[in-house]
Design a protein around this ligand. Structure first.
Ligand code: ZN
Length: 456
């Protein structure tokens, strides 16, 4: 680590003694952590944001949130507050969203907890009533293709509970949500019902994105809560010919326009060297996107406000970016990324917080070995905010679109519980713990300070 230049920082004397170099950086790291935990300013901003409702791309809630973000960044005195236009899909869940196991007379029997998947087509008003084929994989569906025609295909493979990293377990199960409708339709099925991709054993369905393919009929697709998934599986064991009725009024509309919002503290020495810290501003509509990813956006903003509160003037520009529409196609990230290819700025780093506001654990870094090593050398400072490791790994979909960054970084908290909330009605402000969230803000503030001070 190079020796710091003390003039870059105007820290209130009582908070941080006027030291130079490593000792000064250590004191600064401690001050960032203390200030984050004492003020809980980000936590209260997230309360304000989530009170506006969900932020499904193209929804009135997303439009309210964009105005709130612009107002908030402006009132905080950030430089260059910008709304960057991007196209977004528009899909509405609608009022009707039910499923049930039909009784012997074909009447509505036991209800099942379901939620349409994002961009799914709806059913006719009376719903789809059909027998059900339960499978664990696309391979099994292919092998049993002769049984699939006219049925609701029930993809019931759970996240692998033995996998230590929940994101890896998610990756192992989410394919049936994303591609289930196409696979069901190709096999002759009339709808897809997908076991929620979650770690929490409750009956709350978890939505998420899905896709259709040109030339393959679009069949409706919905997630089902785990308790009802197991109940349906047991009922099918007893009666393989039982029928389920699925009724959805969701629908797609033409694309509309929304905005990625950003603001910055302009670097006093290298204003065109940019450190982006961000999350995605859109959310799913069943909760309010508190963990995914309201918290990530607000933590990014809080890095800047912590600098303000501690009188830190970064040498390089630090920009908080609230990317629009990660969930349904990363269109905000695409626009931002294209802009960085031609705007004359150099992006030193893109840091993404999109794994929930839980206790800090580490940072994944995509960079040359030398740059990774340099960031790793800062671990003793990052440990002040409970960061245990810095290692090679993925960042996030939004920052990954930035043109030729020197490093991409993913903030990694303890994600054991993240998929309890993810994409569901469980993702509400009450599930955010202020200490966990604020420690994350502080961890990223330490990293961003070091990047701004020393570069890569
Ligand atoms: Zn997310």
């Amino acid at each position: 680590m190079r020796t710091a230049i003390c003039t870059a920082i105007l820290i209130p004397a009582l908070l941080v003694p006027p030291l130079c170099g490593q000792t000064r950086d250590q004191e600064l790291a401690r001050a960032l952590v203390r200030r984050a935990l004492e003020d809980t300013a980000g936590y209260h901003l997230l309360r304000e944001l989530t009170a506006l409702g969900h932020r499904l791309p193209g929804s009135p809630g997303a439009a309210r949130a964009v105005r709130w973000a612009e107002r908030t960044m402006t009132s905080l005195g950030l430089d260059n507050v910008t709304l960057q236009e991007c196209p977004v899909p528009r899909w509405e869940r609608g009022e009707r969203e039910t499923a049930c196991i039909l009784d012997e007379r074909g009447g509505s029997g036991e209800p099942l907890a379901v939620a349409a998947l994002g961009t799914s087509v709806g059913t006719a008003p009376g719903g789809i009533s059909a027998e059900v084929l339960e499978v664990q994989s696309f391979e099994e569906l292919e092998a049993r293709g002769a049984e699939a025609a006219g049925k609701i295909i029930f993809f019931n493979r759970p996240m692998d509970p033995g996998t230590i990293t929940t994101f890896a377990a998610y990756g192992g199960a989410v394919g049936q949500r994303v591609q289930g409708a196409v696979k069901a339709a190709e096999a002759g099925g009339v709808a897809a019902l997908v076991r929620s991709v979650t770690t929490k054993y409750d009956n709350v369905p978890h939505t998420g994105t899905m896709s259709y393919r040109d030339g393959v009929p679009k069949v409706p697709a919905a997630a089902i809560g785990l308790i009802d998934a197991d109940r349906l599986s047991a009922a099918l064991h007893d009666d393989p010919h039982l029928r389920v009725r699925l009724s959805l009024s969701c629908r797609n509309y033409p694309d509309t326009t929304s905005y990625t919002v950003f603001g910055q503290i302009t670097g006093w020495e290298y204003p065109r060297e940019i450190i982006v810290i961000g999350g995605h501003f859109d959310s799913w509509d069943k909760g309010v996107g508190a963990h995914d990813d309201g918290a990530g956006c607000i933590q990014a903003l809080e890095v800047l406000t912590l600098f303000q509160r501690l009188g830190i003037r970064p040498k390089r520009t630090v920009r908080a970016v609230f990317f629009m529409n990660e969930e349904m196609g990363l269109s905000g990230a695409d626009v931002y990324g294209r802009w960085t290819a031609s705007n004359g700025e150099d992006h030193i780093a893109g840091i993404e917080a999109d794994r929930g506001a839980l206790t800090p654990r580490g940072f994944y870094v995509t960079a040359s070995p030398e740059r990774l090593e340099k960031i790793q050398s800062w671990l003793p400072l990052l440990q002040e905010a409970c960061i245990d490791w810095v290692k090679k790994g993925g960042s996030g979909g939004d920052v990954a679109r930035i043109h030729e960054p020197e490093a991409l970084v993913g903030y990694v908290p303890d994600v054991q519980r993240y998929f309890d909330f993810h994409h569901s009605a469980n993702d509400v402000f009450a599930e955010i713990h202020p200490r966990e969230m604020e420690l994350g803000s502080a961890a990223m503030a330490i990293l961003v300070y070091l990047l701004a001070e020393y570069g890569l």
